[in-house]
Design a protein around this ligand. Structure first.
Ligand SMILES: *[C@@H]1O[C@H](CO)[C@@H](O)[C@H](O)[C@H]1NC(C)=O
Ligand SMILES: *[C@@H]1O[C@H](CO)[C@@H](O)[C@H](O)[C@H]1NC(C)=O
Ligand SMILES: *[C@@H]1O[C@H](CO)[C@@H](O)[C@H](O)[C@H]1NC(C)=O
Ligand SMILES: *[C@@H]1O[C@H](CO)[C@@H](O)[C@H](O)[C@H]1NC(C)=O
Ligand SMILES: *[C@@H]1O[C@H](CO)[C@@H](O)[C@H](O)[C@H]1NC(C)=O
Length: 667
């Protein structure tokens, strides 16, 4: 009865006025359009909040333990090893922020693949080759002789000494990075990158969201660690008012590098982790949790042979080693996908001194220039790690800016600009070594089933229980004698003739077991940034930690005397001002710059060149700019002078030639 009345009312309503209902429909359409726009704005608001909370970087990892103090639970490391796998780089689940987009990965455990060198289609990859076994090792006729020779290569790498062996071709660094971008949504779930051990466990993105929502609601954890939280948003509204959805996706790939010395890595203290284990720095740097910072300039770093990593003074820089390494990594265009260099119809230039060339913005970079000799632009607003690459790929969701000139009430000369970008952060640098290719007992590669047939467990002392060959997940081919104390880590494997050999896992691992006569060799050097480091409180905490760790040398920075005596104390940076330029444009202005006391001493005493960036121009009506200076001693007067300013010798394009020290007398 009620239904009947409702239908009648509707019929009457429709019949009363067709015009009226079409008006209402139009109104509804307008409201829908406005609401869709509001959703876009809302999503943007959330991203902007996250952008200002911190840098692109890792935010959280899965918690395994808890404790009586906050730092007794996990901090930020997801690095672990599966050396028994031929091609698995252990990396757990993490919450990541990339350019304000926060997401949670599956258990990553990635493989060694790089973007394709041949195809430029979206997400086509190829395997990275492993280094070969040094010919001088293969030339030895017995296994013990091969072991001794192989050790020399490891010793050379460990001590970074090319005199011992020319190890360069056999310890090849690769830069592994996490890349993320919005894709036009198809709902078809697209496995972002290969892992031997994990995959996204859902039929579609919608199903994945349902799963992760249930997990979050119930607090349940996916037993196989195969779910991820990948956000979806309305990316754009087309001319007809239809929403276009975009799905966030990410992947982990690696990029082969030519040459990176170990001296460019310096450990970053993780005091929370160290407190929870009561580790000193030396022990900390031999754990999976250790993270490293990369030097600005290799020639200012020295190698600490005892610890096996670099030492250098922390300093601000505009373009460092990391920029050069990341610039080798292509975005979604792949290596051959061509270069992009225009944005908003302006040519982007490579941001470095003495390189007057177009920037290939299809490679990852975080700064660029637009005008000759003028301002360097940093990508983003405050994000230290906003590495971006431009792309042609149609799968990458784009943003279109439509702008028109309004003449009276008419919109004319409309133009539109469409931009497509992907984002990335570096995760780690891994030194591939010859153990992957070295199989001195000629053990046969088979499948898992055959290797473990008849209940074989890899027993090292019983031929009936030893593995029958090796497989991608039982990748044991390195002779036990190569490593020292191998108890509990070695397995027994039969060679094709049925003889048993004691062997160790040969896959990628953070720290190799101790090699007698060589020491502990680190294979993976995590360099990933943390989200919290971009927060101003995070910066204060890091500064405090540094002061606490170096109480005696930093004693001058304390407001009241520290308990420790004063010796070997830190000296403040020196402040300089470029003599004002009167050139117009850009109009009267000057710049300041800072040089650390130790850099200044090296310049004065040893003529070690100092490279600094000046502050932006002050007092100019024109566009703000800064300069890149190279300071060196004058050949005749032996006084510090401007050797180079931007691209020019001895003076800047706008006339600055000299500089003077700025001092603040007490009274
Ligand atoms: C490198 O090794 C050679 C040969 O063992 C040795 O003579 C030299 O002192 C080493 N150099 C360094 C810097 O340790
Ligand atoms: C750090 O701790 C380890 C283990 O307790 C110890 O062997 C080592 O000597 C310590 N290193 C330093 C520099 O104190
Ligand atoms: C882009 O630059 C070209 C060449 O300088 C010019 O002809 C064109 O009008 C510009 N387009 C826009 C949208 O500014
Ligand atoms: C629109 O573009 C045309 C051709 O480029 C130009 O002649 C005209 O002045 C432009 N109109 C406005 C309002 O800018
Ligand atoms: C392993 O290899 C054997 C022999 O080639 C084959 O019969 C068997 O099906 C393989 N097992 C798997 C799981 O691939």
């Amino acid at each position: 009865m009620r239904l009947l009345i409702a239908v009648c009312v509707m019929w009457i309503g429709l019949a009363t006025s067709n015009a009226d209902s079409s008006q209402r429909l139009q109104k509804m359409e307008q409201i829908m359009k406005d609401l869709t726009k509001q959703l876009v704005t809302q999503q943007f608001y959330v991203e902007e909040r996250i952008r200002s909370d911190g840098d692109s970087g890792i935010k959280q990892v899965r918690r395994i333990s808890t404790g009586t103090d906050t730092y007794n639970s996990e901090t930020t490391s997801a690095v672990h090893s599966h050396p028994n796998y031929k091609d698995v780089i252990g990396f757990g689940e993490v919450n990541v922020v990339l350019n304000g987009v926060e997401f949670r990965t599956r258990h990553n455990d990635y493989s060694l693949v790089m973007p394709s060198h041949h195809a430029n289609a979206y997400h086509v990859t190829e395997k990275i080759p492993y280094p070969q076994v040094p010919p001088s090792v293969l030339a030895k006729s017995t296994v013990p002789e091969q072991i001794a020779e192989m050790k020399e290569y490891f010793r050379a790498f460990r001590l970074q000494n090319y005199t011992i062996r020319n190890y360069g071709n056999f310890f090849k660094p690769v830069l592994c990075y996490l890349e993320g971008n919005w894709e036009w949504n198809t709902n078809h779930l697209h496995e972002p990158f290969h892992s031997e051990t994990h995959h996204l466990d859902a039929e579609s993105y919608d199903a994945l969201v349902d799963k992760v929502r249930l997990n979050s609601y119930t607090g349940m954890s996916d037993q196989h660690q195969n779910v991820a939280y990948l956000p979806k948003k309305i990316m754009d509204i087309d001319e007809n008012g239809n929403p276009r959805y975009a799905q966030w996706n990410y992947r982990i790939l690696c990029n082969p590098l030519n040459h990176v010395d170990l001296k460019v890595f310096k450990p970053i203290d993780d005091i929370a982790f160290r407190m929870s284990r009561k580790y000193n720095m030396s022990t900390y740097t031999r754990t999976d949790e250790a993270r490293f910072t990369v030097a600005a300039e290799p020639h200012r770093a020295t190698f600490n042979q005892r610890e096996g990593y670099g030492m250098f003074e922390d300093k601000a820089y505009a373009r460092g080693v990391l920029d050069n390494l990341m610039h080798q990594v292509p975005g979604a265009n792949n290596y051959r996908g061509g270069q992009q260099d225009t944005e908003f119809n302006e040519t982007a230039l490579y941001a470095d001194l003495g390189h007057e060339r177009r920037e290939n913005t299809a490679r990852y970079h975080r700064e660029y220039r637009l005008h000759h000799g003028m301002q360097f632009n940093q990508r983003g607003f405050s994000d230290n790690n906003l590495w971006v690459a431009q792309t042609h790929q149609n799968r990458v969701a784009s943003i279109t800016l439509r702008s028109c000139k309004t003449v009276g009430t008419l919109k004319t000369n409309c133009t539109s600009t469409t931009e497509k970008f992907t984002y990335a952060i570096p995760l780690e640098i891994i030194y591939l070594n010859p153990l992957h290719s070295w199989n001195p007992y000629k053990l046969e590669m088979k499948n898992e089933t055959m290797v473990a047939e008849n209940g074989r467990t890899g027993d090292a002392h019983n031929a009936h229980l030893a593995y029958n060959g090796i497989s991608p997940s039982q990748f044991y081919q390195t002779p036990s004698e190569f490593f020292g104390n191998t108890a509990g880590q070695e397995v027994g494997v039969l060679d094709p003739s049925g003889s048993i050999h004691r062997v160790m896992a040969s896959g990628i691992q953070t720290i190799l077991p101790n090699i007698p006569g060589v020491g502990v060799v680190r294979q993976r050097w995590p360099i990933y940034p943390l989200h919290r480091e971009g927060d101003s409180v995070g910066k204060e905490a890091d500064a405090l930690l540094e002061m606490m760790n170096h109480m005696s040398s930093m004693s001058t920075l304390y407001q009241a005397p520290t308990v420790q005596g004063k010796h070997d104390t830190v000296k403040p940076d020196l402040q300089f001002r470029l003599n004002p330029s009167q050139t117009d444009p850009p109009g009267p202005h000057d710049h300041e710059f800072f040089v650390s006391a130790s850099d200044w001493e090296d310049l004065i005493n040893k003529n070690v060149m100092v490279r600094v960036q000046t502050s932006p121009s002050e007092g100019s009506q024109e566009e703000s700019h800064s300069h890149y200076l190279e300071l060196a001693l004058d050949r005749h007067t032996h006084k510090p002078v401007i050797n180079k300013c931007d691209e020019q010798n001895h003076h800047c394009w706008d006339g600055h030639r000299e500089f003077e020290e700025v001092t603040y007398p007490l009274f």
